[in-house]
Design a protein around this ligand. Structure first.
Ligand SMILES: [Mg+2]
Length: 188
């Protein structure tokens, strides 16, 4: 069996795809008009892959179970996402409520690790929500939180957690993870 690879898990909404604001609610795209990739995301993901990370999108899309988004449109969104952003794999959970694959549970991360022979001890998850942080910790992966204008409370309560202000700040963290093989730098 070949050696397992370091992995970078990326949340979708708020990281690679713009969130959609419905009044005070932070939501996700339900139409092509609402589906906007984050500027510069494709170039960054390309850089992160070149550092040696297997990149996996891990996204909760409960709007499917709630009847706000048809599964075919979600598939079409992800086909377009993959056309523009060079991710290695996509894990989606369309369930609502408590489901073992739905973040904050670690099922999507564990499934990806098993399918692709990924080294979770050299894993990082970048997200914008507490559910991302909890899923990462449950899978033994280092969580990193992107600070936004809607997650100030999550950032304030983040404690020991690594918080970045801009997407490109992840690059340095990934470089130090790759270069410190031999001891485990990953706390979080
Ligand atoms: Mg998100």
């Amino acid at each position: 069996m070949s050696e397992s690879r370091p992995v970078l898990f990326l949340d979708r909404d708020g990281i690679l795809v713009e969130v959609v604001r419905r009044g005070s609610v932070i939501s996700s795209a339900r139409s092509w008009e609402e589906f906007c990739l984050v500027a510069g995301a494709a170039e960054l993901v390309s850089q992160w892959r070149q550092l040696g990370f297997f990149t996996v999108l891990v996204t909760n899309q409960p709007d499917v179970a709630r009847g706000f988004l048809c599964p075919q449109l979600l598939e079409d969104f992800h086909r377009e996402l993959l056309r523009q952003i060079p991710l290695d794999a996509v894990e989606v959970c369309v369930e609502d409520g408590c489901h073992w694959r739905r973040k904050p549970n670690p099922g999507m991360l564990l499934d990806a690790a098993a399918n692709w022979n990924l080294d979770l001890s050299r894993g990082i998850l970048l997200g914008d929500r507490q559910s991302d942080v909890l899923a990462a910790r449950a899978a033994g992966v280092r969580p990193v939180l992107l600070s936004t204008d809607y997650n100030l409370q999550e950032v304030a309560e983040s404690g020991e957690l690594t918080v970045i202000q801009r997407l490109d700040q992840l690059t340095g963290l990934l470089q130090s993870t790759i270069s410190s093989v031999g001891h485990n730098p990953l706390g979080g």
